[in-house]
Ligand binder design. Structure first.
Ligand code: B3K
Ligand code: ZN
Length: 882
């Protein structure tokens, strides 16, 4: 495969003025005609356009047939062109045959497009790169009965009926944009709409388009959109620029959603919700994704990326913005902390392993074979942490100043991560040169802390040391010497009474607050605090101020103390996680040695106090009670052993549940809802704690617990409670399991997103008494409702099993790996992007116990041996094999 390098970037040799696009839609043969004002910027250069999977019908230059051109698999080259000319190209493609869901495709009889990153070249020959920005006028023509609705970017200019039952709509997007933001939608769709007035007094039309049967599930998306618009005005002074803003839901979609200018296209999963079909988590995810795509209108669309290596410029920034939006929507400080905990949990569970594995890459990658493989947790979530660090270092106001300067300088441009960093630096008069290493160096930095309290002079000395291990392909590079990062370390010192001590560094005249941010820039730095009246317990990396692994020694007592007292809620949670991780890793060793598995009394006691602490919000208590995930624990071991990890975690859950059975029962009873369902943060938090208690109670195997779950299943008036009860039953020996599963299917057989849950819950079940979940999964593959062609369905069954059920997937006989291999190959023939995601499930194969590792290696080699692999899957497999 061809590797593309960041260093090879060259500016485009041609500029495009206005583009007119005529699209004559037909599922079997869509004909597209472009008319482009072209300006040559570099003398004697051929115009090389991207184009794939099209039949070229005509090329004209200034309305004369073009003479000298040639085509191959992925380009059209015009060998001699004038300095300025009008280029027109006509080509045809076949949407009905497009299973990759990139370019123009058909889903449920309607037409949709997906162009990011390189899908526009499947629609028409073009300079399909983000630094070629232009305005578009788009004419859509289609059969009026089949496609009553015709949508594209921007503003609707005109509509007209045509002969032969066809009609057309003309859309104009006044903003320059790169081709990846192009979109069209056509078909039988309905919408809810609303008109709002924005800050400047302009009136805007908002629409959410869905299949007619789904109209009753659009209210939350609309509310989320309005909240996003308000939030971006209030927090960043950014207003909606178009007269109309549309969201369209489609059930066949490769990822979550897409920020096309004025015409966002969403996976139905992130639009459709009502109390019966969607869980609290679904409601929260919809709010967050609607926000994310809306926020892209400024961070991504108005200012876009120069090249795809800069992807985090828009994605890291926009994830940060959606995280802040969701946190603000939680309404309370404790709610903000819950959101932060959830985000950090994802980062540590998924991004840290990526950053240590064969696909490790910097936030701004240096090379790729297939760009779609780089829409990663590193570019997105670590990228968001990098943006968050600017805010931590510069303060909220300083960050806002940087954002303002960024838009002032770069509105309408395609720029780089360096441009963003420079705007932050210049707006604040700060040197952020060293900070740039966060973009260029891969791997998770390790920070270790040594502390010493001196009672004689009441000083507290903290020594921080940073180190970033080599990762991925770096390991073989002996010359590579990683440079220290600029790491903001937020810290507090907690006194013996549980209160924060004032912080005064040596040399300062007076204390400055109780939480402060230290700039760690050297490999080792020492900080000396004075006038520390009593020996403190340090609380480091408050609110997770940097995406690093912190190594600090705490006793069990110190952790229990921080869990009970730290004024930083994130670090309270963190202390609980450290305590639980320590206990669990000891239990894993017991499991491996065949020793009895006994729950640690100190941990049980600490958790018990949290559970019954009425001063803490239920949502926050629930977070503390979620034990570290099995994959996270596996990553913490020298050699991962999924069976032992599962046994240890299950034993601890059972031990906790039997020790605290009456407290859990009490929590369950007292947090049952009284009024009608509402997805607001406080109600969701109560449900979360109640359902967590149910999950633990089920572990006791007690008949009373089974009865609670059965009753909750039968009486639930919302999907959160119903699916939690069904999950609990699947974790039990209840004779009602089968009946509940059948009932769930019958009840929701018309709701695709709920049927996805039905598949996923079964794929993720732990498997009781030697049950092999792979057998269940195999038979569900034959279910008439299963199809590989719908990415959501494939993810619900196959991905859930291969990535969210480690103990069953890593079964000793290797059956999970054989299944994985077969599904990667089957999916790759249909949809390479989805297949490549699944291919990553074996990323960390070198870390497992020998028999598993050998079996994974064999499965990887079997995939590699296929001669039919897409570029997407080939890149993942070859990097995994190293
Ligand atoms: N920008 C899109 C992702 C496109 C993925 C292409 N493989 C969604 C988002 O991040 O908002
Ligand atoms: Zn995005």
């Amino acid at each position: 495969s061809v590797t593309v390098y960041r260093q090879d970037y060259t500016p485009p040799a041609f500029a495009f003025g206005h583009v007119d696009l005529l699209v004559e839609l037909d599922a079997e043969r869509t004909v597209v005609t472009s008319r482009i004002e072209v300006k040559r910027l570099v003398k004697d250069t051929p115009l090389i356009l991207h184009g794939e999977e099209q039949e070229l019908l005509a090329v004209t230059i200034n309305d004369e047939p073009a003479g000298h051109y040639s085509i191959d698999e992925d380009t059209l080259t015009l060998h001699e062109v004038p300095a300025r000319f009008t280029l027109s190209i006509t080509s045809a493609n076949r949407p009905s045959a497009n299973t990759s869901l990139m370019g123009l495709y058909v889903s449920g009889g309607n037409f949709f497009t997906q162009c990011e990153a390189e899908g526009f070249r499947k629609i028409t020959y073009f300079l399909d790169r983000p630094d070629v920005m232009t305005t578009y006028t788009v004419t859509l023509r289609a059969d009026k009965a089949q496609c009553p609705v015709l949508l594209a970017n921007g503003n609707l200019i005109s509509k007209a009926d045509l002969p032969d039952g066809r009609h057309e709509a003309v859309w104009d997007d006044p903003f320059k944009k790169p081709s990846y933001l192009f979109a069209l939608v056509a078909g039988r769709l309905s919408c809810i709409e609303e008109t709002i007035t924005t800050g400047s007094g302009a009136s805007k039309l908002l629409q959410v388009w869905v299949e007619p049967a789904d109209l009753d599930k659009t209210r939350h998306a609309m509310d989320s959109l309005i909240a996003s618009i308000r939030w971006d005005e209030a927090r960043f002074g950014l207003e909606l620029d178009l007269e109309r803003f549309m969201i369209v839901a489609v059930s066949d979609f490769n990822m979550g959603a897409m920020e096309n200018k004025g015409l966002n296209i969403f996976n139905t999963k992130y639009v459709l919700a009502n109390s019966e079909t969607a869980t609290d988590t679904d409601f929260a995810n919809i709010e967050s994704v609607v926000g994310h795509e809306y926020f892209h209108n400024w961070t991504g669309n108005r200012v876009t990326c120069r090249d795809w290596f800069q992807l985090s410029l828009k994605e890291g920034l926009t994830v940060f913005r959606d995280q802040e939006f969701s946190a603000d929507m939680m309404g309370t400080a404790s709610g903000r902390a819950v959101k932060r905990i959830e985000d950090v949990r994802l980062l540590r569970q998924v991004q840290f392993p990526e950053d240590a594995g064969p696909m490790a890459h910097p936030v701004r990658p240096d090379s790729y074979q297939e760009i779609n493989n780089f829409y990663t947790v590193t570019v997105y979530e670590k990228g968001a942490e990098v943006v968050r660090m600017y805010q931590t270092l510069l303060g909220r106001d300083g960050f806002r100043k940087g954002m303002d300067l960024y838009f002032k300088r770069h509105d309408g441009q395609a720029v780089t991560c360096d441009d963003f960093r420079q705007a932050m630096a210049d707006a604040n008069g700060r040197d952020l040169t060293q900070f740039g290493r966060w973009y260029s160096q891969a791997g998770t930095p390790e920070v270790s802390a040594l502390t010493r309290y001196n009672p004689a002079d009441k000083s507290f000395t903290l020594t921080l040391t940073q180190h970033c291990p080599k990762v991925g392909i770096e390991i073989s590079n002996e010359a590579l010497d990683k440079q220290p990062f600029h790491i903001p370390v937020a810290l507090g010192l907690v006194g013996p009474d549980g209160r924060d001590l004032p912080l005064q560094l040596d040399g300062e005249a007076a204390p400055q607050g109780t939480t402060r941010v230290l700039d760690l820039t050297e490999r080792t730095q020492t900080y000396r605090f004075i006038n520390v009246d009593a020996p403190p317990v340090p609380s480091l990396l408050r609110n997770f101020s940097a995406p690093v692994a912190l190594d600090i020694h705490y006793t069990d007592e110190e952790l229990a103390f921080l869990l009970a007292h730290d004024s930083d809620p994130f670090n309270r949670w963190e202390a609980g996680q450290r305590l639980a991780t320590r206990t669990l890793l000891a239990l894993v060793a017991d499991a491996q040695a065949g020793r009895p598995l006994v729950a640690d009394a100190k941990l049980v006691k600490a958790l018990g106090s949290v559970l019954t602490d009425e001063t803490l919000d239920p949502a926050f208590r629930e977070q503390i009670w979620i034990l570290p995930a099995e994959t996270y624990l596996g990553e913490r071991m020298g050699i991962a052993d999924p069976a032992a990890v599962h046994a240890a975690r299950q034993a601890l859950r059972q031990g906790i549940a039997s020790a605290l059975q009456s407290e859990l029962t009490d929590i369950y009873t007292r947090h049952r809802a009284t009024g009608p369902y509402s997805p607001d943060a406080a109600s969701a938090g109560r449900r979360a704690l109640k359902n967590l208690a149910l999950g633990y109670l089920i572990e006791t195997g007690d008949a009373k617990a089974l009865a609670l779950a059965e009753r909750q299943y039968a009486e639930a008036d919302n999907m959160t409670d119903r699916s939690a009860a069904l999950t609990a039953l699947l974790n039990s020996d209840s004779p009602a399991r089968g009946e509940a599963l059948a009932d769930f299917y019958m009840r929701f057989s018309d709701e695709a997103l709920v049927i996805d849950k039905w598949f996923a819950m079964q794929a993720m079940q732990p498997g009781r008494h030697g049950q092999h979940v792979i057998d269940t999964v195999q038979s569900l593959m034959q279910h008439h409702a299963f199809t590989l062609r719908n990415p959501n369905r494939a993810r619900s069954l196959i991905f859930s099993f291969c990535t969210a059920n480690p103990a069953q997937f890593h079964a000793a006989d290797g059956s999970g790996y054989t299944f994985w291999k077969n599904q990667v190959l089957a999916l790759d023939a249909i949809n390479p992007q989805v297949a490549a995601r699944l291919a990553r499930a074996l990323d960390r194969w070198t870390r497992f116990t020998i028999p598993l590792r050998d079996r994974m290696h064999a499965a990887l080699q079997q995939v590699a041996a296929s001669s039919m692999l897409s570029r997407d899957v080939r890149e993942i497999i070859s990097k995994s094999l190293g």
